[in-house]
Design a protein around this ligand. Structure first.
Ligand code: HEM
Length: 201
């Protein structure tokens, strides 16, 4: 069956899935991290283990959110209804990832956090990404969408630099960029590049 032929029944089945199911399912990775933490499966360095897993989960949601529009355009798969949930889940996990660093890693000590930001400059890229996403998360409610009108779309353009900053932050925190790292960068560049393909007619 062709992609378009397959996407029609999938879209039909999805129509019966309310978005709260997506929010709930989106908490499963968190439950998994909590489970690993309390069962000793998080690794020899639990703080690093928690921090890294939350970062990776955030990346999945962030890039997943970026795939929704191309999936509709090229695969006919309509997940637009879940885009807000995916975006908010991405923001939620980035906030947890940031909190894991600030609370568990830095012990909420400003001087230590500042020294760490100087030492590991790539953290600033992550923080910049987070800051760019704050207005998006804050205006994700229906009232803001209505009030902002076309400016809401303009504002959401910020998601593109935010994802780029996020993925570059991820690449730079590696000593040597892994194959997985290059694959994430390729995926992000491809998903951004697809936005530039002009519509025919
Ligand atoms: C869009 C936002 C962000 C994304 C997508 C992101 C993603 C990631 C990923 C995927 C990793 C590596 C995980 C792994 O190796 O499995 C990582 C590492 C890390 N991130 Fe982020 N991050 C973001 C923002 C932040 C922010 C705001 C902070 C706060 C300072 C932060 C602090 C860290 C730290 C401390 C590490 C570990 C670095 C190391 O071990 O040397 N990140 N991040």
């Amino acid at each position: 069956m062709s992609m378009a032929g397959l996407s029609t029944p999938i879209n039909g089945a999805l129509r019966r899935v309310p978005s709260w199911v997506v929010y709930l399912a989106g908490l499963i990775p968190l439950a998994w991290v909590v489970y690993l933490t309390f069962t000793g499966g998080i690794g020899v360095d639990p703080v690093k283990g928690i921090e890294h897993r939350l970062g990776k989960i955030a990346l999945w949601f962030l890039v997943g959110g970026l795939a929704i529009t191309p999936a509709r355009r090229w695969l006919g798969l309509n997940l637009i209804r879940y885009r807000r949930a995916i975006g908010l889940l991405a923001f939620f996990y980035i906030a947890l990832h940031l909190s894991a660093w600030a609370v568990l890693d830095m012990g909420m000590l400003w001087s230590q956090a500042l020294a760490d930001l100087v030492k590991r400059r790539y953290l600033l890229l992550g923080i910049s990404a987070f800051i760019l996403l704050i207005p998006l998360a804050a205006t994700s409610n229906n009232a803001s969408i209505r009030k902002l009108g076309r400016n809401w779309r303009r504002l959401h353009w910020l998601v593109y630099p935010a994802v780029m900053l996020g993925v570059v932050h991820y690449l730079l925190q590696m000593k040597v960029i892994s194959t997985e790292g290059w694959l994430w960068l390729t995926a992000v560049l491809a998903l951004l590049g697809l936005r530039l393909v002009p519509r025919s007619r």
